[in-house]
Design a protein around this ligand. Structure first.
Ligand code: SF4
Ligand code: SF4
Length: 448
């Protein structure tokens, strides 16, 4: 698999002081300051926050609100590049304790791609974690950050051990995608706890618990179908562990910490190299003349990446984080952040401008829904503002995968209508989630 580091060093980077859910970081620099690569420029002011670092060597030219790929403006440190490529001294950490590991995660600015600071997932306040998962179903072995697939496998397993130690959990698993043959081969045979590892396919009703017992190990690697969508964590947790996550809760409420490949790798680098999280691998989609995966500095404006990747045609739309669940950008000045996973470029001809037609009741959206909702009914009710009925039909179970919209021959904007209803419900009923959770009777069931 081909990948490369973005050659061009951006003339200027825009580093948001909030690249996570939680409180915005306090700036540690001011206009006119010189900063080095890896220097901390924003500090957490609460547990629910994660530090930010400079990805270039340069001069701070402004600290101001700047466009962000999520569509909002976010307080950001804008740094103009100088010729130097000097980094701060990276100091590896030897034999860190569990408390040290949590501090390292926050200090190195490690954040899950969905926004949660990793230390809050691993050690959530007031909750106990007993199982750590690395969800590698959306990632392939990514050459930009690893020399070989085997290196990827060994580093992921090492990172999993660190995450288990930090969380105090008894067990952990890496979950691969069933069709990601290269990664499966890479993990097969790696020595864990003195045994050669065997990747377990999650078949039928067998969940991770079965394989923990079967393999007699507290660390296993499993494979399953790819699950995609914006809110997949609860669905993913249920699929691989059998534990149901109540509406409005997250996997940590049932004792499961779900981390991604990027944050696991960032922890590995922070511990073994002392390197903070200031660069990330993104996927490029569209008719471009460059590798699919690129290693870029956090804060790099999209326009610098687009310039280097030689897009064929006239750009009609730029989308961050996927065509189905992502956000279309109004400017190419937005920066890559810790939450950026992919950039999609569409030509003017590729941008769909079809009008929605009437529903023909074909039920393709129903067949497509992985969580057994009735998207067609939800769309109608959302469109008519019948939000109570949307709640009764469990709209909050929607993982926002967009399969219903994709399947719909009438081009009805089902996902957008569902999102609209979900956000209207959240705004209208602050206590909606608790009420719904008790009605649904899907409490934490435990068991794997
Ligand atoms: S309703 Fe649509 S977007 Fe939501 S989970 Fe079902 S198919 Fe995916
Ligand atoms: S796929 Fe579209 S047309 Fe078919 S039932 Fe669903 S909403 Fe209606």
């Amino acid at each position: 698999m081909e990948s490369k580091r973005l050659k061009k060093i951006p003339e200027q980077v825009v580093i948001p002081l909030k690249q996570h859910r939680g409180t915005v970081c306090k700036p540690l620099v001011k206009k006119g300051d010189q900063v080095l690569i890896g220097q901390k420029i924003g500090e957490s002011v609460s547990y629910n926050s994660s530090d930010v670092h400079s990805s270039i060597c340069g001069e701070v030219v402004a600290i101001e609100d700047a466009p962000n790929p999520d569509g909002n403006k976010v307080l950001s440190v804008i740094i103009k590049t100088t010729d130097s490529q000097e980094t701060v001294a990276f100091v590896p950490k030897k034999n860190p304790s569990s408390e040290d590991l949590l501090a390292i995660m926050q200090d190195a600015g490690i954040v899950e791609h969905y926004g949660a600071p990793t230390h809050t997932v691993i050690r959530p306040e007031g909750k106990k974690i007993d199982l750590v998962l690395i969800n590698a179903t959306a990632s392939e072995w990514i050459g930009g950050k690893y020399a070989t697939p085997k290196e990827y496998a060994t580093q992921m397993l090492d990172a999993l051990k660190l995450l288990i130690k930090a969380s105090g959990a008894a067990k952990g698993a890496v979950v691969l995608r069933k069709d990601d043959k290269e990664s499966i081969e890479a993990f097969e045979g790696v020595q864990v706890n003195g045994k050669a590892l065997k990747v377990a396919p999650l078949l039928g009703t067998r969940r991770l618990g079965h394989y923990f017992k079967d393999q007699g190990s507290n660390i296993i690697v499993a494979s399953q179908e790819r699950i995609y969508g914006k809110n997949i964590l609860s669905f993913f947790t249920h699929n691989v562990t059998g534990r149901k996550v109540p509406v409005g809760c997250n996997p940590t409420d049932v004792g499961v910490a779900v981390c991604g490949v990027k944050s696991a790798k960032a922890l590995y680098d922070a511990v073994h190299e002392g390197k903070p999280y200031y660069e990330t691998v993104i996927t490029l989609e569209g008719d471009v003349d460059c590798p699919k995966f690129m290693l870029v500095r956090i804060g790099t404006p999209f326009k610098d990446i687009i310039e280097e990747c030689n897009f064929n045609g006239e750009i009609g739309k730029i989308i961050a984080n996927g065509v189905i669940t992502g956000v279309a950008q109004y400017t190419d000045e937005v920066p890559v952040t810790k939450g950026t996973t992919r950039i999609t470029l569409l030509t003017k001809e590729q941008v769909l401008r079809d009008e929605s037609l009437a529903c023909i009741h074909c039920a393709r959206c129903v067949d497509a829904c992985p969580v057994s909702l009735l998207p067609t009914r939800l769309a109608v009710m959302a469109n008519q503002g019948r939000f109570d009925e949307c709640r009764q039909m469990h709209i909050h179970f929607c993982i926002e995968c967009g399969r219903c919209s994709f399947a719909c021959p009438s081009k009805i904007h089902i996902l957008q209508l569902i999102r609209y209803a979900k956000s209207a419900i959240d705004n209208a009923y602050e206590d909606a989630v608790q009420k719904e959770s008790s009605n649904l009777k899907v409490g934490c069931c435990g068991g794997e």
